[in-house]
Design a binder for this molecule. Structure first.
Ligand code: ADP
Ligand code: MG
Length: 390
């Protein structure tokens, strides 16, 4: 059954009626620009065909009632009591279950000041969870799109993306940047979204993958990360320390020419974190230029260089990600890199269509040889952003 039908069926099962509409929002793959978003830098994600659907309708109870195929639980909260739940102080157990914090958090972030109408929401998704394809942004953005219309807010895509980010930061407690939500809201069939995370200026950059006979394969390693804890937070703190020490508002304000000075002023680990961000911002700009001037076959080395920097300087890779990258490259991928925050998740490989079976085989064989869990390997297509699907 499609995820769209699953959302409709779940809605009917729990409300006994038809939804007012079905909205959807995609997951995303970040083509390049990793750990640059919260440093006010550049990213180049694209929305993928895998989407999260929300069947929704207004109700007259003044409550938000939410179900998802992901969890065997119906969550009910009075809309005028959302302010009692969030923001969630760091370190305190959240008053709501984790998955529902994404949904309730968006409602809280969008909360209109006038009395808001109650809404029933049923959610289903074919975005793999925790794979680095941002199922979290997909659920936030689909809820934002649905509530925007059902509450008559008339907000723009970037405002809805911001509400999703606030939910993730302040309701879930994951200190992530704006990239995922912007990618999910702004996605365009056949184009990636080039986003300046400081000004939030953005434009579509045609990828031309299909015309060039290329496919993007995703290797989901099944190694799961948890952004609300540990390494991700430490990386952010290192970036903030680096910017503070170097006297700039954010690492975005540095160029590769500043790296010798950074090497003198920063301790080795912080310097390498900074060098990743500075060089990665440059690689994003170079990728945009290469796509525009030479087409997608020209970006392979930039993708692979990004992976090396994430592995060696930012230290957010894991052996499974490195193995997938190496195997894909050895079997004919033009470029490959981990995508998403790291510590697990997925690799993307840019592959000539004819070589896709060989790349898939090579990755499976190298995982088997290393005794890693068998990965899931699938193509992703460049797809549209959040919208009303029915
Ligand atoms: P990623 O965004 O890489 O998939 P995250 O850890 O950021 O991983 O977000 C995954 C979490 O988002 C899940 O554990 C769950 O709490 C929530 N989530 C994602 N999709 C759904 C869904 N369809 N229904 C309910 N919760 C979801
Ligand atoms: Mg996420």
């Amino acid at each position: 059954m499609s995820a769209l039908d699953a959302a409709r069926d779940l809605f009917a099962a729990f409300t006994g009626r038809e939804p007012d509409g079905v909205w959807s929002a995609p997951g995303r793959v970040n083509l390049i620009g990793e750990h640059t978003d919260y440093n006010d830098g550049f990213v180049l994600p694209f929305a993928i065909g895998q989407r999260t659907y929300a069947a929704a309708a207004r109700n007259d109870t003044g409550e938000l009632r939410v179900r998802s195929t992901f969890a065997d639980e119906c969550v009910t909260v009075r809309i005028d009591e959302l302010d009692d739940l969030f923001p969630t102080p760091a370190g305190r157990a959240p008053a709501v279950s984790e998955w529902s914090a994404y949904v309730l958090g968006v409602a809280w972030a969008l909360r209109p000041d006038r009395a808001a109408t109650g809404v029933d929401l049923a959610i289903a998704s074919d975005v793999p969870v925790g794979a680095g394809l941002s199922s979290s942004a997909a659920i936030e953005c689909v809820v934002a799109a649905a509530l925007d219309e059902l509450w008559g807010l008339g907000l723009g895509a970037m405002d809805l993306a911001r509400a999703g980010r606030r939910a993730e930061n302040e309701a879930v407690g994951a200190p992530t940047g704006i990239m995922d939500q912007a990618a999910s809201m702004l996605g365009h069939p056949d184009a990636a979204t080039f986003l300046d995370c400081r000004s939030l200026a953005h434009r579509s950059v045609p990828t031309g993958f299909a015309d060039a006979g290329l496919v993007v394969l995703v290797v989901d390693t099944h190694v799961r990360h948890a952004h609300s804890t540990g390494g991700y937070r430490q990386r952010r703190e290192a970036c903030e320390l680096g910017a503070r020490t170097l006297g700039v508002p954010a690492l975005r304000d540095l160029t590769p020419d500043d790296l010798p000075r950074a090497a003198r002023l920063l301790d080795g680990t912080v310097f390498r974190r900074v060098r990743h961000v500075v060089t990665e911002n440059r690689r994003v700009l170079d990728t945009v230029a290469a796509l525009v001037e030479h087409g997608p076959r020209a970006i392979g080395d930039l993708l692979t260089a990004s992976h090396a920097s994430l592995r060696d300087d930012f230290e957010v890779s894991v052996p499974e990600l490195d193995t997938a990258v190496d195997a894909a490259l050895s079997a004919g991928a033009l470029g490959a890199r981990m995508t998403g925050g790291g510590f697990g998740g997925s690799v993307l490989a840019l592959v000539p269509g004819d070589d896709a079976p060989a790349v898939t085989d090579a990755v499976h064989r190298s995982f088997a040889a290393a005794d890693f869990t068998r990965p899931t390997i699938f193509p992703v297509t460049v797809s549209a952003g959040a919208h009303r699907s029915r």
